[in-house]
Ligand binder design. Structure first.
Ligand SMILES: *[C@@H]1O[C@H](CO)[C@@H](O)[C@H](O)[C@H]1NC(C)=O
Ligand SMILES: *[C@@H]1O[C@H](CO)[C@@H](O)[C@H](O)[C@H]1NC(C)=O
Ligand SMILES: *[C@@H]1O[C@H](CO)[C@@H](O)[C@H](O)[C@H]1NC(C)=O
Length: 838
């Protein structure tokens, strides 16, 4: 009401401040007691609230009323259009509401009417076109509905029509062309549909047309290039077809935004003739072909966005001619080739996005010349080589995303790169963060190279071949370097896998399968065809017969355990030797007899101190048995998770187990066998407490390494499974065992399961340990049952090794030979140098 009283004509004159608070008092104007001569009132940019007093409609001398940018509410007073002299009314930027009343007299003097940025609803008054002198009409950012009223076509003096950001619908009327004085037309952000009328071309003075964010269809109207238009946006519609630039184009365009439509075809080369073009956005269309080389002639171009199309070819070297470019976005296309060094001439460049393409080669060092650069996104390409040191010259850089490339080597030295978040670097061949005060020396995709003669090491030549004691130190250091790499690795995939698998486990658990009923003498009583074709093969020495006489070969009471591939039973051979028999439950999946035999023979050759020996097998089409040495010590899982504090494994025993498992795995890998299913329940202990790795290579008995089969068969290996099992694009290699080994090592040291399910949380061991390492409280992670009977200096390198082994990217994991070397160095740090390196 304060506003109301102040807005009253008499009260608004400074000379006679009115004490009257009444808003209902008759308007002074009509009393004639106050000067009738007020011609202009401006109360803009205040904090006036309340209603506009109806009395304002009696201020007959008023030429101009500006109440914009206040907090006025309520409706527009009736009769305001009848003010005979009112030329300019600005009510914009308030909270006025209701529908805008009609009643525009033919005699209206209104030249400018601004109702924008209010809460007006309903239709635009049908007779607004009676105010024939209007030059500027702004109705934008309200809630107007309906169409543009027909009467508007009479506004032949109108230069600006603003109706953007309402809820107007219908077609864009062709009669807009009758408003031939129009210079600026804003219909953006409405629900206009249908084609854009050609008749708009009759507005010969049109400079700006914003038709963006509607539902317009059809092709781009020719007049976009045919009028002296400076700014055109049709972004966010459903326009389609080729963008055609006529030969006689008017070349006046400064701003052209065709983004988010369905335009196809190539970028018309004629567009580069628009020498005044400053802003060109073609993003999110289906535009194909190459970026025309003529782009280099566009010396005023500041923003070029062609992202999210299907462009091919490379970034043309001519881009260097576009010296005014501030923003260059070409992401999400199918670009190939290299980033041209000439890009270093775009000296105003602030933002560069080439992400999600197939760009190869190195990052040009000339990027270091672009001192204005703030945001660079080169992620998801095939860039290789190192990051040029020149990048440390970039003072304003705050985004530099090169994740998912093939980059390697050290990061440049600068404040930015010292603190660069890991996710900007993830999934490369080996980028070394200098932040951890480590360097990876030469350009090495793989930071640890311990065994120069290892055939799996492609860098053998570039590595010093005579390991020295100095080397030892380096190994340990490089482990923590690797942590830096591994640190940022997205664990997401792992967690998703875990969650998905977990659900499977649960649903399986809710429909328990009936226990397999085994007949007393399965072998002899099995169906005749099986019995006749059944073949028992024993490798090496050992009685080929079971002492089955009357006893169950596969007696449920003698069941030792169950895994993804089958159940294990204990039995005794004729010669009294105890064996463990695995009955494969994947019989329908196994290969043909010949393939099966061949594979089993390969596995049977894996004789090693740390591997459970495969003694023989039995084959029929419906039943397959694998016969292993029986190990009395039980499995590691039991020792770790089901033992009391008194008979828990000691520190030395745990260390020996880790080394033993590493040796066993290395032996398997050396003979071309991938375990696929490493977990603590597959590590058995012999009578001396020595570890032996069992259940190896069973996946190779399946017809193919189908990931689904693998992951469902190995689902019991939850938490040990490398992320690539969930990722179709990554080949599964022996590095998946390295991952499992890393988890196992952490499990052995912490005494915790790889994945623990709490009430509303899932704890993934690697993550837990990784964050403990980052926060410097590794001690807290160690198995409390160890009662501190170990040196943390010994434990920390093993933990770090475990974390490196669980790097998300397989190539970031060391191979088992390297793992073993590190373990041996850790165990005897002061021993003679070099001997155990190989
Ligand atoms: C280009 O248009 C898209 C979609 O309309 C928009 O998201 C993007 O920010 C625009 N690019 C630039 C550089 O303004
Ligand atoms: C740009 O960078 C290159 C290599 O980093 C350098 O040789 C050249 O002199 C630089 N050009 C300018 C104009 O600074
Ligand atoms: C590595 O290979 C070289 C040449 O083949 C050989 O002379 C050397 O003894 C090997 N080193 C080790 C430690 O096996």
């Amino acid at each position: 009401s304060r506003a109301a009283s102040r807005a009253r004509c008499s009260a608004s004159t400074r000379s006679s401040p009115s004490p009257s608070p009444a808003t209902t008092s008759p308007a002074p104007c009509s009393r004639g007691s106050s000067p009738p001569s007020i011609r202009a009132i401006s109360l803009a940019d205040n904090e006036l609230s309340g209603y506009i007093p109806p009395a304002v409609a009696s201020c007959s001398s008023l030429l101009s009323l500006n109440l914009s940018s206040n907090r006025l509410a309520g409706p527009i007073p009736d009769g305001i259009w009848s003010l005979p002299s009112l030329r300019s009314l600005d009510l914009s930027g308030n909270s006025l509401s209701g529908s805008v009343p009609g009643g525009f007299p033919r005699s209206s003097s209104l030249r400018a009417l601004d109702l924008s940025r209010n809460l007006f609803a309903g239709g635009i008054p049908a007779d607004v076109g009676e105010a024939a002198l209007l030059k500027s009409l702004d109705l934008g950012r309200n809630f107007f509905t309906g169409g543009l009223p027909d009467s508007l076509r009479r506004l032949t003096a109108l230069r600006f029509l603003g109706a953007g950001s309402n809820a107007l619908a219908g077609e864009v009327p062709a009669w807009i062309g009758e408003m031939w004085s129009l210079e600026r037309l804003d219909l953006s952000g409405n629900r206009f549909a249908g084609v854009i009328p050609d008749d708009i071309a009759k507005c010969k003075n049109l400079l700006e047309a914003d038709l963006s964010r509607n539902a317009l269809t059809g092709e781009l109207p020719w007049w976009v290039f045919g009028l002296p238009l400076q700014r055109v946006s049709v972004a966010g519609n459903k326009l389609e077809g080729w963008v055609k630039v006529p030969g006689d184009a008017a070349l006046a365009l400064h701003v052209l935004d065709l983004s988010s439509n369905a335009f196809s075809g190539g970028i018309p080369p004629q567009i580069t003739a628009f020498a005044g073009l400053q802003f060109l956005n073609l993003s999110s269309n289906s535009i194909s072909g190459q970026l025309p080389a003529g782009i280099g002639g566009m010396r005023l171009l500041e923003v070029l966005d062609v992202s999210a199309n299907t462009l091919t070819g490379s970034v043309p070297p001519e881009i260097g001619g576009a010296v005014a470019l501030r923003v260059l976005r070409m992401g999400d296309n199918s670009l190939t080739g290299r980033i041209p060094a000439q890009i270093g001439s775009c000296s105003s460049l602030v933002a560069l996005d080439l992400s999600h393409n197939d760009i190869t080669g190195p990052i040009p060092s000339t990027l270091g010349n672009l001192t204005s650069l703030q945001a660079v996104d080169l992620s998801q390409n095939k860039l290789n080589g190192t990051l040029p040191v020149e990048l440390s010259n970039l003072p304003s850089l705050h985004i530099f995303d090169v994740s998912h490339n093939l980059l390697s080597g050290n990061l440049p030295n600068s404040r930015f790169f010292d603190n660069i978040p890991d996710y900007f670097l993830s999934d490369n061949s080996g980028l070394c963060s200098s932040r951890k005060n480590n360097s990876c020396g030469a350009v090495m995709p793989k930071p640890i190279v311990l065994n120069p003669n290892s055939s799996s090491n492609p860098l053998s030549q570039s590595t010093p071949s005579s390991p020295s004691s100095k080397h030892h130190k380096k190994i340990i250091l490089s482990v923590s370097t690797l942590i830096a790499i591994a640190g940022g690795a997205a664990i997401a995939i792992g967690v998703i896998t875990v969650t998905v698998l977990n659900r499977r486990v649960r649903s399986a658990a809710s429909h328990p399968k009936p226990a397999i009923a085994l007949s007393d003498d399965y072998l002899s009583q099995s169906p005749e065809n099986d019995a006749s074709s059944g073949k028992l093969v024993m490798f090496g020495k050992g009685s080929p017969e079971f002492s089955t006489g009357g006893h169950a070969l596969l007696n449920k009471d003698c069941e030792l355990g169950r895994g993804g591939f089958g159940a294990v039973y204990k039995t005794v051979l004729r010669d009294g030797q105890p064996v463990a028999i695995k009955k494969l439950t994947v019989s329908s999946l196994v290969k043909s007899k010949d393939d099966f035999e061949r594979q089993v023979k390969v596995l049977s050759k894996m004789r090693h101190h740390n591997i459970v020996t495969l003694r023989g097998f039995y084959w029929t089409s419906s039943l397959q048995l694998l016969i292993y040495d029986y190990l009395p010590g039980g499995n590691l899982h039991k020792h770790l998770h089901e033992c009391t504090e008194e008979n828990t494994l000691s520190w030395m025993e745990r260390f020996d187990i880790i080394i033993g498992v590493a040796r066993g795995l290395m032996h398997l890998h050396q003979h071309g066998v991938v375990h696929y299913n490493l977990k603590s329940s597959n590590v058995l202990l012999d009578s001396n407490g020595e570890p032996r790795v069992g259940d190896y290579g069973l996946a190779s008995l399946l017809p193919m390494l189908d990931r689904y089969v693998l992951s469902s068969k190995i689902q019991s290996a939850l938490g040990y499974m490398a992320p690539e099992f969930a990722c179709k694009t990554v080949k599964i290699t022996e590095k998946c065992d390295v991952y499992g080994f890393g988890v196992l090592a952490l499990e052995i040291l912490t005494g915790r399961r790889p994945v623990e399910y709490l009430e509303d949380d899932v704890v993934v061991l690697c993550d837990l340990v990784r964050s403990a390492l980052e926060e410097g409280r590794l001690e807290d992670c160690m198995d409390p049952r160890l009662c501190g009977e170990f040196a943390m200096e010994e434990a920390i390198p093993i933990i770090k090794l475990g974390l490196v082994c669980t790097s998300q990217v397989p190539s970031n994991r060391p191979d088992m030979g390297e793992v073993l070397s590190i373990l041996e160095v850790v165990r005897s740090p002061q021993d003679s140098p070099g001997d155990e390196m190989v």
